[in-house]
Design a protein around this ligand. Structure first.
Ligand SMILES: [Zn+2]
Length: 436
């Protein structure tokens, strides 16, 4: 079994791994690096060529992939895992794209999906699919911050490989069920040859708080809000469990939830279609610019205190709705003591930090009260990583989805569990391979 680090092995983003068994290869994820997209925001990435996108570090460089690619497997629908599919999958046109329902439906919504010839196959968690006589894949139910996240198990004659990128261990996830601990422990007792594991939050001690905690934080903040002032919440559009908590809390305080933004419509609309989410009956959801403008005008005229706005733009992205509101470009203008709740943390790269600073300053200068970090992470903290390690007890480990600091921190954690660097835990740079 030869594992090639294609992308995401020296950074947070553009995840892609190739696993070659005999002459056959399966690819896991085809992601983009969102911070690099923002650096090049003036360029339309759909117009950029593949090699240019790779050289700018936006998509993985798949020239290192060897073997006959038999499948492209996607473990969840975040863009740093699926955002490059419409650019890269063309080259492997006979390979089916395989994911859980929410993920495959998202792929079908991608702008250039029509240009792909690859068949798309939905695989539920708990099911095993035989790709070739030698390779079977299994999705194990896992929790993260987007519906239908799976942990991948690759079954081969040489042993099993587990791919846990991304995950958290959430026993009260608000939407969906807790991780399938029974199966995870069973896999551990059957024996795991190798585990590829994310490291994004391994530097944080303890356990990741449950999404249930975020629900309580949201409810508490909304309950204590000033009923006579405007109220805006911003969060990740794909964080459907959070959106459920926010809309329900809005109804509980007698405000009509109004969800606004292009990506809000994309993810929340799909969650409703796939019956993952049922918005309260009085909720509104608009994604098109004209519909958004009209809705904001109605809210301003009717009385902002009757509504709760749920908008895109928690990272301060210049083209997202909250930034536009802060620029006073729309009918809904911030008034003194209007409340803005960030149900998200700043993803720590310099661009986001700068954008968020600028956004918050503008809002504050217009008199807004700002409530930050009403949020819990979707990624495993250090002790969750320890728990997964104890349950699975893999022979070999390859940490991924992190910068050097995160990756080496995971190495130290594994060393505490008796693993030895370069004997049973390996660090790869993008483009490098290891045979296990
Ligand atoms: Zn993710």
């Amino acid at each position: 079994m030869r594992i090639t680090a294609v992308g995401g092995y020296e950074e947070v983003g553009r995840n892609m791994t190739a696993i070659k068994i005999g002459g056959d290869t399966i690819i896991v994820e085809m992601g983009i690096r969102l911070d690099r997209v923002m650096v090049h925001e003036d360029t339309d990435i759909s117009k950029m060529g593949k090699s240019e996108l790779a050289s700018k570090g936006i998509i993985p460089d798949d020239s290192v992939v060897r073997g006959d690619v038999k499948a492209i497997i996607l473990t969840h629908g975040h863009l740093d895992h699926i955002g490059a599919v419409t650019i890269l999958a063309k080259k492997y046109k006979n390979a089916p794209i395989i994911g859980t329902r929410f993920t495959t439906e998202l792929i079908k919504k991608e702008q250039n999906f029509g240009r792909l010839k690859n068949p798309v196959h939905t695989l539920d968690t708990g099911d095993i699919l035989q790709i070739t006589p030698e390779i079977g894949i299994e999705f194990v139910r896992m929790t993260h911050s987007i519906p239908h996240t799976a942990m991948l198990v690759v079954h081969t004659k040489e042993g099993k490989l587990v791919y846990a990128n991304d995950f958290k261990l959430d026993d009260t996830p608000v939407i969906g069920e807790p991780p399938d601990y029974r199966r995870i422990k069973e896999l551990g007792s059957e024996g795991i040859k190798c585990m590829i594991v994310e490291t994004t939050r391994v530097l944080d001690g303890g356990r990741t708080p449950s999404e249930k905690i975020a629900e309580i934080l949201v409810r508490d903040n909304l309950k204590k809000s000033d009923p006579e002032k405007g109220l805006i919440v911003t969060t990740f559009s794909s964080q459907i469990a959070r959106i459920k908590s926010i809309t329900e809390a809005a109804s509980a305080i007698g405000r009509t939830p109004v969800l606004l933004g292009r990506s809000m419509e994309k993810y929340v609309g799909l969650a409703e279609k796939t019956e993952i989410l049922n918005l309260p009956e009085d909720a509104h959801l608009y994604g098109a610019p004209d519909a958004i403008r009209k809705s904001l005008k109605t809210i301003s005229d009717d009385g902002r205190e009757k509504y709760l706005l749920i908008v895109t733009g928690h990272q301060g992205e210049p083209d997202a709705l909250l930034s536009k509101i802060s620029l006073r470009k729309l009918a809904y203008k911030i008034k003194k003591d209007d409340q803005v709740i960030f149900s998200a943390t700043v993803i720590p790269n310099p661009i986001n930090v700068a954008n968020r600073y600028s956004l918050e300053t503008k809002l504050r200068l217009q008199g807004a009260r700002i409530f930050k970090d009403v949020h819990v992470s979707g990624h495993a903290y250090r002790e969750d990583h320890s728990d997964l390690l104890k349950m699975l007890q893999p022979e070999k480990i390859i940490p991924c989805h992190g910068d050097l600091k995160m990756l080496t921190s995971y190495v130290e954690l594994a060393e505490d569990h008796g693993y030895q660097f370069n004997r049973d835990i390996f660090l790869l740079r993008n483009g490098q391979s290891v045979t296990t």
